[in-house]
Design a binder for this molecule. Structure first.
Ligand code: ATP
Length: 267
C-alpha cells in the first residue's frame, strides 16, 4: 500500500519552470536538497552533516507541494507523499509497521524525498498529550527512523514537510527541521510572474499582466490558477451558447418547414 504512494522521479511531471516566482526558495531548496541526495560521498568525513529535514510553511495554496515535487524531480529522486489522511485512511490499524515500511521503501527507491503534507496533524503537539495512542506511536516510530538517517550519511533520503500551522508543531519536531522556509503570499511582482507562468502555453492577447497582478492582492498561486481557469472557461461557455442557439434556430427552421409540408399534404 505504501508502494502506491511512490512516484518515480521520471513520473513526477512538475518542474521548477512550472512554478512562477519563488526564486529564492527554489535556490535554497536546490542547495539543500541536491547535495545530500546526489553527492552523499561529500558528507562522509563526519564534520559536515547532510540536511535531513526541511520544513516549508505558509498559507494554503502557495505552492509548497509543487516545490517539493519539483525539487524531487530536479534531484532525480523518488517522491513519497505521506499525509495524515494517507495514514488514517490507508494504514489504519498497522500504523507503526507502516512507518517502518515507509523508510525501508524510501531506502530501496532512493534517492528519495519523503514529503509529509499537513505535518502538524501527523507530528503536532496534540499527539504528545496522548490524544490518541496510535498517533503517539506513529510519531515516535517516525522520529526514530528520521533520527536514524543522521547516523547514515550515505543514505539518500530527506524529509520535506509542509504545514499551514507551524505553531502547532512541537519543539522536538521543529528542531529536527534544520531549515524552515516560509512560503508566503506572493507580492505584486510575484503574482505577475505566476500569471505569466500559468498562461505561458495559452493563447492570450493584450493581457495586461501588471494590471491583473495589481488587482489580485492577497491571491495565492492557487487562487491565481483558479482565476485563469475561470477566465479560460468564458470563451468556451460563449461558444457552447452560440452553438446551442444555432442548433435551436436550426430546429426551429426545420419545424417550420415540416409544418409547411404537412399543411401542403392536407391541402
Ligand atoms: P496546501 O497547503 O493547501 O497543500 P500548497 O502550498 O501545497 O497548498 P500547492 O498544492 O503546491 O500549494 O498549490 C496548489 C496549486 O496552485 C498548484 O497545483 C498550482 O497549480 C498552483 N500554484 C500555487 N503556487 C504556484 C506558483 N507559484 N506557480 C504556479 N502555480 C502555482
Amino acid at each position: 500500500r505504501i508502494r502506491q504512494e511512490v512516484i518515480p522521479a521520471n513520473e513526477i511531471g512538475v518542474t521548477f519552470a512550472d512554478i512562477g516566482a519563488l526564486d529564492e526558495t527554489k535556490e535554497s531548496l536546490q542547495e539543500l536538497v541536491m547535495l545530500p541526495l546526489r553527492r552523499p560521498d561529500l558528507f562522509k568525513g563526519g564534520l559536515l552533516k547532510p540536511c535531513r529535514g526541511i520544513l516549508l510553511f505558509g498559507p494554503p495554496g502557495t505552492g509548497k507541494t509543487m516545490l517539493a515535487k519539483a525539487i524531487a524531480n530536479e534531484a532525480g529522486a523518488s517522491f513519497i507523499n505521506v499525509s495524515m489522511s494517507t495514514i488514517t485512511s490507508k494504514w489504519f490499524g498497522e500504523d507503526e509497521k507502516n512507518v517502518r515500511a515507509l523508510f525501508t521503501l524510501a531506502a530501496k527507491v532512493s534517492p528519495t524525498i519523503v514529503f509529509v503534507d499537513e505535518v502538524d496533524s501527523m507530528l503536532g503537539q496534540r499527539t504528545r498529550s496522548g490524544e490518541h495512542e496510535a498517533m503517539r506511536k506513529i510519531k515516535n516510530e517516525f522520529m526514530m527512523h528520521w533520527d536514524g538517517l543522521l547516523t547514515k550519511p550515505g543514505e539518500r533520503i530527506l524529509v520535506l514537510a509542509a504545514t499551514n500551522r507551524p505553531f502547532d508543531l512541537d519543539e522536538a519536531i521543529i528542531r529536527r527541521f534544520e531549515r524552515r522556509i516560509m512560503v508566503g503570499l506572493p507580492s505584486t511582482e510575484s503574482r505577475e510572474m505566476i500569471l505569466r507562468t500559468l498562461l505561458a502555453k495559452e493563447k492570450v492577447e493584450n493581457l495586461e499582466f501588471k494590471e491583473l497582478a495589481a488587482m489580485t492582492e492577497g491571491y495565492t498561486g492557487s487562487d491565481l490558477k483558479n482565476l485563469c481557469i475561470t477566465a479560460a472557461y468564458r470563451p468556451v461557455r460563449e461558444l457552447i451558447q452560440q452553438e446551442r442557439l444555432k442548433d435551436m434556430k436550426h430546429k426551429d427552421a426545420e419545424g417550420k418547414t415540416s409544418e409547411g409540408t404537412s399543411e401542403t399534404k392536407e391541402e
